[in-house]
Ligand binder design. Structure first.
Ligand SMILES: [Zn+2]
Length: 402
């Protein structure tokens, strides 16, 4: 039977082993050994990484009690190898996993909510709890979990027979376990069946930081980071907050007020701009209608202006059409493209959808709409070519409405 040294001596970093089998896979090879220190993916925990001699072990998986090591190079059956563990990766996984035990155990005792899901990825870890926790409860949970870390409680593993299980009060018990079962305890903080790797003492977890939470299936999904991941998460947040504080020339603790103040000022300026733009449209409407060319009693207003949004084009067209017997073609130029709005008053029968097809062809644009109004957009290759096309479009409209 294969020796799983990662269970027998969790601190062991390397061991000699013999190659029992090596299979070619679609990508690389899978190597079976008589013993290993490399923990295979399982129980929600990621696989260890490591080396067979100097060849990297990229992943390990367990099947029928056998651990298969994924490598890029083959090994001869019977070859003697040294199995080495990537200690940093193991430490990171064990720290996240032990943190998960503490967080889940304390969530149960403190807030009577059960862990119903656990997922560890290379860059994040989540647990799902069966109750919704508000911000105050999350803060309470994080604080209590970190106090358990600070108390530096021993993390113990017992291997018991399946018939002995009923003698233990466990937070969680995996279903369908038979034979020898591993029970992991973090003092009074947690106790459950588990097959992962863990720290020896809770203090090794360093810190548990809840980084995000969301409502999930009637409960809460919590994203958290332990140990160096918690330090890195805090560093990223600090860097971001520091950049914001510099941008607003204020202290980090005053950033929220500064952002809120700017938002309030922006809302006032937008309202003021809208008012002034409307005044401008009214003045321009008068001039444009006075100078507009007509065909069969229908005024054709064609106008291009810088920086007008689709919403502003709409507001402008409503003013131009208010007096009736008018067709308006408005172009808002923004950088290298123009958006256009084609609209008619209710007493004009010519279809703006048809006019839009002509505009699409003339400006090499895309757009469409209804008989009373249509819109589109087109790239602008050069200013003079664009203005020439605008003038051509005016000619088209004058012919088309008659
Ligand atoms: Zn565990």
């Amino acid at each position: 039977m294969m020796e799983k040294l990662y269970y027998q001596i969790p601190t062991l970093e390397s061991c000699p082993a013999t190659v029992l089998a090596c299979e070619k896979k679609e990508e690389g090879f899978e190597v079976l050994l008589d013993r290993t220190v490399i923990y295979p993916e399982g129980g929600g925990q990621l696989s260890d990484k490591g080396f067979l001699n100097d060849t990297a072990v990229l992943h390990a998986r367990e099947e029928n009690e056998l651990v298969w090591h994924k490598t890029e190079a083959p090994f001869e059956v019977g070859a003697k190898v040294i199995v080495r563990l990537d200690v940093e990766t193991r430490r990171d996984h064990s720290v996240q996993h032990t943190g998960e035990h503490i967080l889940s155990g304390i969530a149960k005792t403190l807030l009577d909510t059960a862990n119903v899901g656990f997922h560890m990825a290379e860059d994040y870890v989540t647990i799902d709890l069966d109750k919704f926790l508000d911000d105050a409860q999350l803060e309470m949970l994080e604080r209590a979990a970190n106090l358990a870390v600070q108390r530096n409680i021993p993390v113990t593993v017992r291997v018991v027979d399946e018939h002995e299980l009923e003698n233990f009060r466990l937070r969680k018990q995996a279903k369908g376990l038979t034979g020898e079962i591993r029970i992991v305890e973090v003092g009074e903080a947690d106790s459950c069946t588990c097959c992962g790797t863990h720290c020896a003492m809770s203090g090794e977890v360093g810190a548990i930081k809840i980084t995000a939470s969301a409502k999930y299936k009637g409960g809460t999904r919590i994203w958290f980071a332990c140990g160096m991941r918690a330090v890195e998460a805090s560093r990223r947040e600090h860097t971001l907050l520091d950049a914001l504080a510099r941008r607003f020339s204020t202290k980090p603790e005053d950033v929220y007020d500064a952002v809120k103040k700017q938002g309030d000022e922006y809302a006032v300026l937008r309202a003021e701009l809208k008012k002034r733009t409307e005044t401008l449209f009214e003045m321009q409407t008068e001039t444009l209608l006075k100078n507009a060319k007509s065909s069969k009693g229908i005024k054709v207003v064609v106008h291009a202006a810088q920086g007008l949004s689709a919403q502003e084009l709409r507001a402008f067209s409503e003013k131009l059409l208010a007096g009736g017997k008018t067709v308006a073609a408005l172009f808002g130029v923004n950088g290298g493209s123009a958006s256009y709005l084609l609209a008619r008053s209710a007493d004009v029968s010519f279809s703006m959808r048809q006019a839009c097809e002509a505009a699409n062809a003339l400006f090499n644009g895309k757009g469409g709409g209804r008989d009373d109004s249509a819109q589109g957009s087109a790239p602008i290759a050069g200013e003079s070519a664009f203005l020439q096309a605008v003038s051509q479009f005016e000619g088209y409209l004058l012919r088309a409405v008659s």
